[in-house]
Design a protein around this ligand. Sequence first.
Ligand code: ADP
Length: 716
Amino acid sequence: MQGRKITILILSAFIAGTLLLVYIEYNSSKNINRLITANEQLMQEFNISTQLNELQKRIISTEYQIRDALAGKDPVQVQDLEIAVEEMEKQLSLQNYSAELSSLVQQKIKWNRQLIDTLVAAGKPAAAKLLNEPAGKELTAAILETVNKFDSSRKDHLDEATQLIDKSGQKAQQFSQTLIVLVLVSGAILFWYIISIIRRQILLIRQLNISEKKVKQSARIKENFMANMSHEIRTPMNAVLGFTDLLQQKPLDTEAKKYVATIKKSGENLLTIINDILDLSKIEAGMLRIEAVVFDIRKLVHSVEQLLKHKAEEKQLALVIETDPSIPELLEGDPTRLTQILVNLVGNGIKFTHQGSVRLTVSQVVQNDARTLLRFTIKDTGIGMDAKTLPAIFDRFRQAEDTTTRKFGGTGLGLAIVKELVSLQSGTIDVESQPGAGSLFRVEIPYKTAVHKPIEKPVPPPLPNPTPLNQQKNSRLLVVEDNEINQHLISQLLSNNEFLFDLAKNGKQALELLREKSYTLILMDIQMPEMDGYATTQEIRKRLHLDIPIIALTAHAMAGEREKCLGYGMNDYLSKPVREQELLKTLEKFILLEPSYSASYSCINLSYMREVSNGNLDYEQTVTRLFIDTIPGNLQLLEQYWNENSVSDLRQLAHSMKTTVSVMGINEQLQPSLDTLETDQLTEEKFRAAYGDIVNICEHALKEARQFYATIRPPA
Ligand code: ADP
């Protein structure tokens, strides 16, 4: 608005100034023209007056010349007199005199010629007589009088012209003075205007610089705040969840177990919510950087599948992943964010589907040398959504149904984050869904088609071969952790699993310990006073030249943290809250653990039991014992029932065995044979084949179960 006003003002001033200049110019040139005309007129008058004087002089001098010639004694030179008369004639022809004057002069010329003729024909006395006649004198007097009259009227004209010149001159001077003043004033205004604009611009640039600095500063503050928030929230959560894990391993009565399980579930939910909120705040603060690194799309999709496979299996859903084979192997973009998007959408698919499948299809819409536009389609056969709620699902804290939280949990932030992440990567997302008919989410993201190999990240030192820990009597772990609660927690976790370890409060202390003793592995906290985890790792690698495995333990959940840790030379990364199973799994990569934790069994699979037991060795011992004790009897009974032809007992037992064997993870192997016994029309041959399989598998499993049982420590 202000700008428009100024423009109109400047435009009007420009038009007014131009009009004024045109007016002044017009007047000024009019006056100059007048001056020129008046000057010409003046010159003409001057000419006329000179000519008149000349004529007057000529007439009088011719008159005297004739008189002198006639009065003198010498013979008259007629030729001279004729020349004088001719001169008079010439003088007359030079100017347009008034008719009256011309005729008088003509008469005078005639009179003079008559005198000359008389002089030539009759001699001096006759000519003198004619000369003295009054007619000649009168003619001369008339001419002189006319000339005088004419001359005085010329003088009036001359005065008039002079006055006109004076006036026009004055006016022209006035106008040019006005023009000069005007030019000076407008020059001054223009100068002032330009200077004020420049000053304003300088001021603006200064202000911009200041605000840019402020913005950068506040972004830094925000970033620090987010990092600290993330750290500060995760540290106590780490303690809550970690100690809950430990508490679950203590002998508790049923009610206490229920309470602890509730604390754990709520803690986990809280952590998910906190992660979501932190993610969203990071996006809002503009702190979420989209990386451009080379990645393998197939590996990424595979890792998503691995991550969610178990959840789908738990709900007996088929998780189908299809990747178009023509998609280039390497793309350039942000793999972390893509993983987050896919995990969220496929995870939602699994969450909101009770039976059927969740299908992730990766195809390409556009592909050329420079760009690949990928389309990810996530289709489920779940509960779906109605058209009314569809548009709102990408809004924050929005769930399709109010009952969703009660039924499925969640915060309603997942899709909002996904949408932000997609648009940050210049992509699009849309959804099609109908209640009861499943949902289809379609995400399209452009990637650069990478031609080079993945950028080599600083390579962490090669992994040492896992060292059997129990074979090294004095082998110890080094835990570098400043927070007392965390020290306590990690000490508990490690002692529970019979690890020997030393604690260092910060990087400096860790380095001192490393100089004195040798360790098998280091668990390294990142944020510590004195010397943080990154610097300590650098020192260990560069100064102490140790290639000991270092596992980062960090409460930072910022994107790229893992890569950063690996970049500093650490070998692996565990994000806090550290869970016992995760810790053991990671440790297992670097050191051989006791058989109870290594998956060295070829028949039994303990993952299901561990998941249920959650580290509760008492439970593990009990159910393993139960398996060892019941299975031989069951096998015997199966045969007995067949021999006694009690088919219904046989079927019932086959059915109940399915539960007993699932605890050792052999249900899948046994299922076909147990199904045969339970449902098929049995013949001797059929029974023997199935029974033989069952006995084989169970004996193998029993052997391994006994081994396992022997390794389980009695509960603390
Ligand atoms: P939440 O944490 O609740 O899962 P989201 O933002 O991921 O939050 O999803 C928002 C809502 O959209 C969900 O609560 C659910 O009602 C609906 N929704 C998301 N994905 C699906 C899906 N695959 N099938 C049905 N409903 C879905």
